[in-house]
Ligand binder design. Structure first.
Ligand code: DX5
Ligand code: ZN
Length: 214
C-alpha cells in the first residue's frame, strides 16, 4: 500500500520537524492539501508553504488542489515542488485540457472526485490519468468520519480501470485509519491519504508502518 500522510494535520509551527519525521518514516508520498475558501469552505495554505515543505521533503509531493480555476496555478505548483497535481473534476470545465497541462509541466496528473460524483464520469479520460483521488469525506477539513459508500465506489473505479486496461492508481482521501484502510485495500485501493490518524498518534512513524501493511 502506498501511504501519503497529509500535512494538513501537521504542526504548522514546526513544518521542518514534521517533514523530517515523514522523510525518516515509511511514507511514500507527502500529501499537500490546498484549499481556497471558494471551492471548499476552508482555507489551508498556498504556494509559499508548499515551497517551504518542498525545501525539506525527500519524498514526492502529492498536491491536492481544492481550488476553483486550477489551470491558473499548475505551473506555479510545479515550481513550488509538486510531483503529482490532482484537480477536482467538479472545478474543471475542460478537464482534458487541464490534465494535458499538468503533464506538460512534468507532473503526474490526478483527478479528485467528491463523494457525490459518480465514477462513470471518468470513462473517457481514465487512460490519461496517473491517479484518481476518491474523496471519502466532503473536502475541506481533516478528522472527519469516513463515508462507507466510498468502498463500493472504489470497487467500481477498479472495475473501470481494469476494463479500460489503464494503469491509473486509486488513492483514497478522508477518514482513513487501520479499519477503513483494510477495507479499502480489499476494495482495490492503491494509495491511502491519512492526516489526523497519523499526526494525532503518539508515534506517527509506527502508524505509517501499520498503514503500509494493512
Ligand atoms: C480533506 C483533505 C484530506 C484531509 C484528510 O479535505 O483533502 O487530505 O487532510 O484528513 P483525515 O485523514 O484527517 O481525514
Ligand atoms: Zn487531500
Amino acid at each position: 500500500m502506498i501511504v501519503s500522510p497529509s500535512m494538513l494535520s501537521a504542526d504548522f509551527a514546526n513544518i521542518q520537524r514534521d517533514v523530517e519525521m515523514l522523510n525518516s518514516s515509511d511514507a511514500d508520498w507527502i500529501h499537500i492539501d490546498i484549499m481556497d475558501g471558494s471551492f471548499v469552505p476552508n482555507i489551508s495554505f498556498g504556494l509559499p508553504v508548499c515551497e517551504a515543505i518542498a525545501k525539506h521533503a525527500k519524498k514526492p509531493l502529492d498536491v491536492h488542489l481544492m481550488i476553483v480555476e486550477p489551470d491558473k496555478y499548475i505551473e506555479a505548483f510545479k515550481k513550488a515542488g509538486a510531483a503529482h497535481i490532482s484537480v477536482h473534476i467538479e472545478a474543471c470545465t475542460h478537464l482534458h485540457r487541464t490534465i494535458q497541462l499538468i503533464k506538460s509541466v512534468g507532473c503526474k496528473a490526478g483527478v479528485a472526485l467528491n463523494p457525490h460524483t459518480p465514477v462513470h464520469l471518468l470513462e473517457e479520460i481514465i487512460s490519461d490519468l496517473d491517479l484518481v483521488i476518491l474523496m471519502s469525506v466532503n473536502p475541506g477539513f481533516g478528522a472527519q468520519k469516513f463515508i462507507e459508500a466510498s468502498l463500493s465506489k472504489t470497487t467500481k473505479l477498479k472495475e473501470l480501470i481494469i476494463a479500460k486496461n489503464a494503469k491509473t492508481l486509486i488513492e483514497i482521501d478522508g477518514g482513513v485509519n487501520l479499519e477503513t484502510g483494510k477495507k479499502l485495500k480489499d476494495a482495490g485501493a492503491d494509495a491511502l491519504v491519512a492526516g489526523n490518524f497519523v499526526f494525532s498518534s503518539q508515534s506517527p512513524t509506527d502508524v505509517i508502518k501499520l498503514l503500509k501493511k494493512v
